[in-house]
Design a protein around this ligand. Structure first.
Ligand SMILES: [Ca+2]
Ligand SMILES: [Ca+2]
Ligand SMILES: [Ca+2]
Length: 751
């Protein structure tokens, strides 16, 4: 595919606004006499909180074996008190913009109905744009979830060129936020619900529907006969090779018509998007029969590692420094079987597991925990392979990696983007306050940094850091002063981090730490409720039945099978609660519009506003206050029962607690006062409404059919004359911070 005129025009438009030297122009590259700038290899694990990590003193009864991550930790620094945002998109957007979610309105994982207004803007000074100033080439592999996807082109104005438009030179991954649901038809060979893990087990594991032999087809029609004589589990071996097994049959000249190669199937398929040559985009959905299926269908961690290896090996032969970000799909739901080839010896056999079973069932629940653990172990294996196959490490005789930071000249950072998802949280953490929430189990994440700049490696840093501080860390190692280079109108929340690597005795830079979640801007049609029983909560965040059930939820939207729900479904979570009330059932928590948490070393304030179901349009502000620590093996975390403000008043607080509460409240208000909450008519983030916004509006009003864009100022999913009217009405206006920060401020002062 050639670069669309839309893209070329946008690049032209942006080039005038953000002075990015084109690739190959290395204005700021250090001279040959100096030591070359370090390369940066950045790994993001998906939904892996500290509760999963033996390295952090947790991990449950039988922790995941992660020898490669531990080997890096021995050569680096383990940050034991790192916060991220509670969810994928906000957390990752923050890392690449250095800003809190409210500033860019990326408050929640981006779902198909979410408008462009809640996606990373092409006008943002993203990290790759920043690093280019020192000549860095930027690549990304796998998932980063900074935008919409092909699931709704109307709300994804940058289309398949999202990552080049946001500043990356190379992208090889997918735009969706997670793998699709597991295909229980195993490629169309049986009715829905037959194969719980998306492949055909052996007869011994599934006497009714299993198969010990069959014909394994690839999308191009090629076929291999498989049986238990040649592979342990033919159905699984076929899936791992990218194929679909026609059970009990032998290969025919052409695949039977019922085989569905277009079906998505959990960790074994993807919609691959490749921006690897300027002006050329490849899009490869799972049914594409023109490509070598083995490169596009198969277990994601392996394919992601293959692509990372290819990209790094390409970049390392160039004279410029590089940064490659690898977003592993693992270990996001759906929890799916991992190929034995990348698991530790003696791993549990998962062939007879019920991957799509009801997570409330104790046996299924236990199986999902095992799958989660194996997915982490598979990730660790492939992370090691990336390092070895790119020359950054070698294998020791025991199979673990030997990494020499000095020889690599590469900073390696690993982070979890948010806490673990409720279903698979390990004790002693809180599954009811996990991923998606600003509580400790939702935001306390692994963060490890290793590289030649680390002094006294193998140590821990217990000071507060935030995922978004990586924005500054990466800038610092590139010799860039982000505060000086990033436009003042794009205020940064990130704090510096490099001195934690270079100075073992460095005192804490942060006085407090922040995290935040909330509702994205969304076209109004899609707020159908999903109930997540393990959290006792109702949320509009999973806006389709498939997404809701994939996340162990119960669907109350259109097509719901719950008693008392009309065919068209319930319209929101308030309606779910009123139905439950009429049935004499307990009320559910309703996801607040925005939640913000701030902490210092010992205390944590959580503040949010919720819709008052009984009085539509009204909201209730709530503050919660906790004492917390990072103790091992049992940390003090923010269990609901430990809320120091449970009585609704500060009277019960001790003088020390009162002092901390006051201090955190003030710090949160002070921060909130720096946020520009609204700037109607400003689409290009410079906080002034002028001709540049008219230009941008004109561009997006005509590209992508005038649908959703950053110039849709009335949030109706259209970029049209109504939005131009808003520019005209505000023309010449400069927007100031704090002017409509009612959401955060009212919550803070509400108690
Ligand atoms: Ca995540
Ligand atoms: Ca503007
Ligand atoms: Ca509009």
């Amino acid at each position: 595919m050639k670069k669309s005129p839309r893209t070329a025009a946008l690049l032209g438009l942006l080039a005038g606004l953000i002075l990015v030297p084109p690739l190959g122009v290395s204005a700021g590259v250090e001279s040959a006499a100096k030591k070359p700038l370090p390369n940066i290899l950045f790994f993001v694990m998906d939904d892996v909180g500290v509760d999963q990590m033996k390295l952090y003193g947790y991990g449950g009864e039988s922790p995941s074996k992660l020898p490669n991550i531990e080997a890096l930790a021995q050569k680096g620094v383990v940050f034991t008190n790192a916060w991220a945002m509670p969810d994928c998109s906000p957390s990752r957007a923050n890392i690449f913009t250095g800003r809190m979610p409210i500033r860019d309105h990326v408050l929640n994982p981006i779902q198909p109905p979410d408008l462009a207004n809640s996606q990373v803007s092409p006008y943002a000074m993203t990290l790759p744009k920043l690093l280019r100033r020192k000549g860095y080439i930027n690549g990304m592999v796998g998932k980063m979830h900074l935008s919409g996807s092909v699931q709704n082109n109307g709300t994804n104005p940058l289309g398949l060129e999202v990552y080049p438009e946001l500043g990356w030179n190379y992208f090889n991954g997918y735009l969706e936020g997670s793998p699709y649901s597991i295909d229980t038809t195993a490629g169309g060979v049986a009715p829905t619900g037959t194969y719980a893990c998306g492949f055909i087990p052996n007869k011994a594991d599934d006497p009714a529907n299993g198969a010990d032999m069959g014909a394994c087809y690839l999308p191009n029609g090629s076929c291999t006969n498989m049986s238990t004589a040649s592979s342990k589990t033919p159905g699984r071996a076929c899936l791992e090779s990218g194929g679909i097994l026609n059970p009990g049959e032998s290969c025919q000249a052409s695949p039977p018509a019922n085989l569905q190669f277009t079906n998505q199937n959990g960790y074994y398929t993807a919609n691959w998007v490749e921006n690897l040559q300027t002006g050329k985009t490849n899009f490869t959905p799972p049914g594409d029969n023109t490509v070598n299926a083995a490169n596009y269908r198969g277990y994601r961690s392996i394919l992601e590692a293959d692509r990372a290896i290819a990209l790094i090996n390409q970049l390392k032969n160039q004279s410029q420094p590089w940064m490659v970000s690898v977003g592993f799909s693992s270990a996001h739901s759906p929890w799916h079987n991992v190929p034995e080839s990348i698991l530790p010896p003696g791993s549990a056999n998962t062939n007879a597991f019920n991957c799509t079973g009801n997570a409330a069932d104790a046996e299924v629940h236990q199986q999902l925990h095992v799958l989660m653990k194996q997915m982490e172990e598979g990730l660790d294996h492939e992370l090691g392979r990336i390092l070895v196959d790119t020359g950054l490490a070698s294998y020791k005789p025991d199979g673990s990696i030997d990494y020499n930071p000095e020889a690599s000249n590469t900073l390696i950072v690993i982070i979890g983007d948010n806490g673990t998802y409720t279903t698979v949280v390990n004790e002693p953490f809180d599954p009811t306050r996990a991923k998606g929430t600003p509580y400790q189990t939702g935001v306390w994440v692994p963060l490890i940094a290793a590289g030649p700049m680390v002094k006294s490696p193998g140590r821990e840093v217990s000071h507060m850091v935030n995922g978004m501080d990586l924005y500054k860390l990466f800038a610092e190692v590139a010799g860039i002063d982000a505060d000086r280079v990033v436009p003042k109108t794009q205020k940064l929340d990130a704090k510096p981090m490099l001195s934690y690597l270079t100075q073992p005795a460095k005192s804490s830079i942060r006085k407090n730490n922040l995290t935040q979640t909330g509702l994205n801007y969304r076209a109004s049609y899609a707020n159908s409720p999903c109930v997540v029983p393990s959290m006792g909560a109702c949320t509009p965040f999973f806006p389709t039945m498939a997404l809701c059930t994939k996340n162990s939820g119960i669907w109350y939207g259109p097509g719901s099978t719950q008693t008392g729900v009309p065919a068209e479904g319930l319209s929101n979570c308030c309606a779910v609660n009123s139905l439950l009330e009429s049935q004499g059932q307990p009320q559910l928590l309703i996801q607040p519009e925005i939640l913000t948490a701030i902490r210092n070393n010992q205390y944590k304030l959580v503040t949010y506003t919720t819709q008052d179901c009984k009085n539509p349009g009204n909201t209730t502000a709530t503050n919660e206050f906790y004492q917390i620590n990072e103790d091992v093996p049992v940390p003090l975390i923010d269990w609901e029962l430990l809320n120091l403000l449970a009585s609704g008043s500060t009277d019960a607080l001790s003088p020390v607690q009162k002092r901390n509460y006051k201090q955190l409240t003030k710090q949160l208000t002070n921060w909130s006062d720096t946020v520009v909450y609204e700037c109607p008519g400003d689409g290009n983030l410079d906080l002034v409404v002028n001709d540049l916004d008219v230009q941008g509006w004109r561009f997006f009003a005509t590209s992508n059919g005038g649908q959703s864009s950053w110039f849709d100022f009335n949030f109706d999913g259209l970029t049209n004359y109504e939005d131009l009217d808003i520019i005209n009405a505000n023309f010449g206006k400069r927007c100031k911070p704090g002017q409509s920060g009612s959401q955060v401020i009212s919550a803070v002062s509400g108690q």
